[in-house]
Each structure stands twice: as C-alpha cells, then as structure tokens.
Design a protein around this ligand. Structure first.
Ligand code: CMC
Length: 391
C-alpha cells in the first residue's frame, strides 16, 4: 500500500484544485472568483454573488434577469412539505429539520437525468429559491402562524424577511437597513473554500449522489458548534456572561485552561492567523445597523469588551486567536429579529451558492474521483478468534 501520510483534520492536504475562492490566512484575504469580498459586500447583491460563484463571472443584465425569473419561478414549495414541518417534535433544532427537508426535496422533485445540464441548472436554482422559503416556512409553523408566500416584486433578501415577519395584523415594514444587513451577512457567508461542510458536500457528492443529498450532508456538518453552529454558541456564551453580571473573566480563564474543554466561541480559525476579513466587515456593519435601528444590545458591549481583553491577552496573541465571522454576526441577526436557534440556518442559506459552486466544479472536473482517504492503522496485529467459553 506504500507509505501513508498522516494529516489529522486534513490541515495540510489539498483535496482538490479549485478556481472558486482564494484565501490567504496570514494576510487575511478572501476573494470570490478573484473579486475581494470587501467589494462584493459593498456593491453586489446576494443573487449576483451566487451567480458569480456558480458560473465563474458576474452576470450581465440579461443573465441576471433570467436568473431572477428562474429563482422566482422556483420559490414556492410543495404544500405537502408543510405536513413534514408540522410533525417534527416542537423542540427539534431547525438545522436537523433543514437537513432532512433538503434531502426530502429529492423525492418531491425527482430528476430524470442527474447529468443533464438543463436539469442540473434547475436543481441548483430550485435549491437556492426553496431553501430560503423553507427556512421562513419552518419559522412560521413553529410560531403557529399562517405561511406567507414569496412575492415576485421583492428582492431575494426582502422576500425572506417578508416571509418571516409579515402577519395579517402587522404587515412587515421593509427596513432598508435590515435588508442591507442581511445582504452583507449572506454575501460574507457565500463561500469559504474547503471548510468542513463544503468538503462534506464534495465528498458525499463524489459518490455521485444527487445534489440534494450532498447539500443535506453539508447542512449536517455546518450544524456543529466548531463550524456554523458557532454563531448560535457565541450568543449563548454572551448571554451566560450577561447573566453572570457581565463578568467575562471567567470565560477568558476557562478558554485558557487546558483542562477545560471550553473555548471562546467566535474566536480562532483553522486558516486565518490574523483578523478574519469577514469579521472586520461584520463588526463595522453591526455598529452601523444598531445605530440606524436605534437598538442598544447589551451583548454588543460585552462582545466588544471581551474582544479587547482577549486581543491583549498573551494566550490569545500567542495562539493567533482573533474574532472570526461568527463573533459579531449573531448580534446582527438578533437586531433584524432572527431567533437564536435559526442563526445557523441563516448561515446555511448564505453558504448554499458556495456548496453548489463547489459541487458543480467537481462534477465538471474530468479528473473527478471518488473521495476515499486512507488511514494509519494502529489497532491489534493479527490474533486468533477465541470461542466465547474461553474468553
Ligand atoms: N478558545 C480558546 N483556545 C482556542 C480557541 C478558542 N476559541 N481556538 C483554538 N484554541 C487553541 C487550542 O486550544 C489549541 O491550543 P494548544 O495548541 O495550546 O493546545 C490551539 O488554539 C489550536 O487549536 P486547534 O483546535 O488545533 O485549531 P483548529 O485549527 O483545529 O481550530 C477552530 C479552529 C475554529 C475549530 C477553533 O479555533 C475553535 O474551536 N474556535 C471556536 C469555535 C468557532 O468560533 N468556530 C467558528 C469558526 S469560523 C466559521 C466557520 O468556519 O464555520
């Protein structure tokens, strides 16, 4: 079998060649298809960024219109799906529900030919359009409210907020600042090269499974608190600190204690050994949003102080631990009314274009192979079976 190199957590293994996202963890650089994420966050729409990631270039006017029409046409979900949502136990985590429901979509929309380009395009658009609708739908059902349908006159971000918050008694008033915050939040999450969930999508996809199943595996991976689940974990950590009277020294001490599994949530990154460029944008937007909406969130003050103390603490400095995207994103989501247990679902909607683009890139690669890592065996050497009476 030859010599097998051990690389725990694949920290140094390139699993594929990719032309989608460039990251430089030392300098804090992130670009989608070559365009700095800062420029996209300032100027682009989420829809356009999704197109860019999937198709490799920005759309022209006609292409964007066609893409918008396709998204609108696919934005309704089969009403029978409602029954599924209604029958999950009340306390189910929305990420578990989403992962199952995305897998279930395959049964509702079976594809005749998984390799036909037209069919693939429809499946990709369907996912982008329907996952957003399904996320809002599960929220409405969890509240016992009537569903709100997507509207073709609203943008991708407006539509989501409207489906979440519009009710017959209080029509949702679309706030420019909230829409903008959501746009930036989703653009910043849209891709991040071979992270845990994207690698899951590629790996599961490499068995030539359908796209719904591959994305469903990505959602399951994203759920974890070391990955996408960190945005929920950050808020829960800040709330605990708030309950303890704002004393965050305990959290800092615990994070530094090698005998304590506790970690400072929203800090540290496998690749970024400097400030996460997404976190910089998120922090600035968080300040602007709260000011514009005239919201005072005590958790923001705690987060700011916590960051300052950590960045001046030798443990965090020596370990190159800086805030990552999740540190301020939860405060942004809270400000626009998203419940804490849906934070990671918001991440998933944002990451969808990246997962789809990476899956498509692997499919289009003539050298695409089944993912099948090796191991370094450390178990027993051969010994004979012992009958039960002799054990
Ligand atoms: N708090 C305290 N210590 C930490 C932290 C933290 N947040 N992160 C890393 N360390 C320490 C860790 O204990 C280890 O110390 P030592 O070398 O002394 O044993 C060292 O730093 C390296 O840690 P690692 O776990 O080997 O590094 P990694 O590259 O596997 O970890 C990480 C990356 C993101 C899993 C980790 O930093 C972490 O657990 N952070 C908290 C969870 C979090 O915020 N996740 C969101 C990541 S960004 C969004 C996304 O990708 O989904």
């Amino acid at each position: 079998t030859g010599l097998i190199t051990l690389d725990v957590g694949y920290a140094n293994t390139g699993s594929c060649q990719s032309a989608i996202t460039f990251m430089d963890g030392e300098k804090g650089i992130l670009r989608y298809r070559g365009i700095p994420v800062e420029q996209l966050a300032e100027k682009s729409t989420f829809k356009e960024t999704a197109y860019l990631l999937i198709n490799g270039r920005l759309p022209n006017r006609d292409e964007l219109t066609r893409f918008s029409v396709m998204l609108n046409d696919n934005s309704l979900v089969h009403t029978d799906l409602k029954v599924f949502f209604q029958n999950f136990p009340r306390a189910s985590h929305p990420m578990g529900i989403l992962s199952s429901m995305v897998n279930a979509l395959r049964s509702f929309y079976p594809s005749l030919n998984d390799t036909h380009e037209e069919e693939i395009n429809i499946t990709m658009t369907r996912l982008l359009a329907k996952v957003r609708t399904m996320a809002a739908m599960s929220y409405k059902i969890s509240r016992g409210h009537e569903l709100v349908f997507p509207r073709p006159d609203l943008t991708y971000c407006e539509n989501f907020l409207n489906m979440m918050f519009d009710t017959p008694v209080t029509p949702y008033e679309i706030k420019r600042e909230a829409v903008n915050a959501l746009r930036v939040f989703w653009i910043l999450h849209a891709d991040h090269e071979q992270n845990c969930s994207t690698s899951s999508v590629r790996m599961v996809g490499s068995a030539r499974v359908n796209l719904y199943a591959a994305i469903s595996s990505g959602i399951a991976a994203l759920w974890g608190p070391l990955h996408g689940g960190a945005n929920q974990a950050v808020i829960e950590m800040l709330e605990t600190i708030q309950k303890e009277g704002g004393n965050f020294k305990n959290a800092i001490d615990r994070a530094k204690d090698k005998n304590d599994p506790f970690r400072l949530m929203g800090f540290g990154h496998r690749i970024y050994k400097t400030y996460d460029p997404r976190a910089k944008i998120m922090k600035k937007m968080c300040d602007e949003l709260l000011e514009a909406l005239q919201i005072t969130d005590p958790l923001l003050d705690i987060a700011r102080e916590l960051e300052e103390v950590a960045l001046n603490d030798s443990y965090f400095v020596d370990h190159n631990l800086y805030p990552n995207i999740d540190f301020y994103s939860g405060i942004v989501l809270r400000a626009i009314g998203i419940p804490t247990n849906m934070f990671t679902v918001m991440f998933a909607i944002g990451r969808l274009p990246g997962w789809i683009a990476q899956w498509k890139e692997s499919m289009d690669d003539p050298k695409w192979k089944l993912s099948r890592p090796r191991q370094v065996y450390v178990g027993n050497t051969e010994y004979d079976y012992v009958p039960i009476h002799a054990r």
